[in-house]
Design a protein around this ligand. Sequence first.
Ligand code: EPS
Length: 352
Amino acid sequence: MNKFRFLTAGESHGKCLTAIIEGMPAGVAIDVEFINNELKRRQQGYGRGARMQIETDTVEITSGVRFGKTIGSPITLVVKNRDFESWQKVMSVAPEDITDEKRFSTYRPGHADYAGSVKYQQSDLRNILERSSARKTAIEVAVGAVAKLLLKELGIEGCSKVLQIGSACCPDKFKDEVDIMRGKGNTVGGRFVVTYRGLPVGLGSHVHWDRGIDGKLAQAVMSIPAVKVVEIGTNPLGFTGCDYHDEMFVENGEITRKTNHAGGIEGGMTNGEEVVIYGVMKPIPTMRTPLKTVDADTMEETEAHFERSDVCAVEACSVVAEARAAWVFADEILLKYGGDSLEELKRNYSAT
Ligand code: EPS
């Protein structure tokens, strides 16, 4: 049951990435510059690959918005792949264009190549790489930006930051860590945090396992390519109950807390405190220093395929996580308060 729902489509080197969003109330101002700035944030961060020099991601809106505001109909977003220029033949949809150019058959350990090719019975691993590439997160950030515009109307704002790159925990050392890994033909992952404030009490629910907002956020962040760990609030390992739980006090007639170990979620519901989500991204598995692997064509041991890639994309990943959290919150807001127009949503929202 989703109110804010969407599908995305598009390959890494195909013509474009597309999303169709349904469920945005009518009357929400759509600031294209804001969406483009979110796309720009995703392209940044030290350690990105050459592809980021080729692309200047911008959104084109082809439906659902008129004179700057949503009209309640499905919103179509398009982000063009500039690199498609050089890939037109390789990514052609026409059967007569079939080619072995850019075909590869050596699995990259850690990537989707092996499981994806077995599952979809594809001997050209490019047919798996093209969609499993994190390139698709560009259109996801555009969807998240639209969700953020709705949240902003209700005074809800989010941000994210990188906390650790490899073994470096202080920003001054992040670049060095990336440079060392680049020098070795290696890659490096890291840890990031996403926070949202201004959320009302009671998004999500305790009544069924699949209605908890912590579970929804965890799925949204965990399914970002390369994310292996998601935590909500302080990791409780090693804490006692007395130390961990956030005691409640009254100040000027309002309930207050002095700590937020719960990360703004109790019983699968927002509790009005800041929502805090931590994620850990593994090192990207496409590397100049090849790992040992197997060739799918010959079943012989060999070295993994290398294609231009990022040395480190943790900053981009944190922006993607921020976008994904935004669409979870937008969906929960619409589920709880409803409203086909922004006016109706605001009326329902302020009535509680
Ligand atoms: C990405 C675009 C991709 C990769 C990266 C993310 O572009 P290309 O494959 O043309 O270099 O740079 O994806 C991966 C590293 C991966 O392993 O999926 C982007 O737009 O973020």
